[in-house]
Design a protein around this ligand. Structure first.
Ligand SMILES: *Cc1c(COP(=O)(O)O)cnc(C)c1O
Length: 246
């Protein structure tokens, strides 16, 4: 395939993919006896240009997920210049020394997985508030490790209570729920079933922690079956092709 698509061709391609995913979500919700309005479709735009985010905004999307602080902050800045201000979710690993930087563009950090990271974020929020850069606490999700392998991100279940306590007592972070990635090679139904149990226990003590961010292009049906309220879709929406910004 040579040459980039025109803006209108790309918009039509994205519109078709968006409709297809919405259909998948609706079908999965019908099977699970759930209301599709409970499930947010979060487009994941990592590796894709700001122009695609702009087109998806025209198609009605208002929130996006990004994996890397530097790529996301550049994209957010480019879009802000064009007057486009979506709500961004960080869905990738965050280094503690990037806590201050991430606050400038991210509305939600989905990947809080250690006490030390929670502390760094809380400190950065406190500083930004003291300096008049922001008013509100930062929305966060706790990323849970479903295979206990800390290399892949996520807090092991036996450290979850300590992390939750750190977040909820900080006053700077707003615990919105949980996030997980199904371990490679596992049955997603097992993984998402486990996540649903953890989420239910968490909600017993923290009624506001209602978000369950689970499911990607390949396993969103299983995630919806187990109560996901946010599916993070990259490939099925944006495709495998990488475009350069015009
Ligand atoms: C890239 C990514 C996604 C999207 O994955 P696709 O398979 O492309 O839909 C979802 N969640 C996380 C954490 C990701 O890094």
């Amino acid at each position: 395939m040579s040459g980039a698509l025109s803006r209108e061709e790309r918009k039509a391609e994205l519109a078709a993919a968006l409709a297809e995913i919405q259909e998948r979500i609706a079908t999965a919700c019908a099977k699970a006896g759930r209301d599709p309005a409970e499930v947010q479709l979060l487009p994941i735009t990592k590796n894709f240009p700001a122009s695609d985010v702009a087109l998806l905004t025209e198609l009605g999307c208002t929130e996006f997920g990004e994996s890397r602080e530097q790529e996301a902050s550049a994209k957010a800045a480019e879009l802000a210049e064009a007057g486009i201000h979506p709500r961004w979710h960080l869905i990738g690993r965050l280094q503690r020394n990037k806590a201050r930087a991430v606050l400038r563009w991210a509305g939600v950090i989905q990947t809080v997985d250690s006490v030390r990271l929670a502390e760094a974020l809380a400190k950065a929020v406190a500083k930004a508030r003291a300096e008049g850069e922001r008013e509100d606490p930062l929305d966060v999700l706790v990323q849970l490790s479903l295979d206990g392998d800390p290399q892949r991100g996520g807090v092991p279940q036996d450290q979850l209570a300590e992390l939750v306590a750190k977040i909820t007592r900080s006053g700077e972070l707003n615990l919105k729920g949980v996030m997980a990635v199904a371990p490679l090679g596992s049955n997603p139904h097992d993984a998402f079933g486990e996540l649903a149990e953890v989420s239910a226990r968490l909600r017993n003590e923290h009624a506001g922690a209602v978000v369950v961010s689970a499911g990607m292009s390949g396993d969103l049906e299983a995630a919806i079956d187990h109560g996901s309220t946010c599916v993070r879709v990259g490939t099925s929406l944006l495709g495998g092709r990488r475009l350069t910004s015009p």
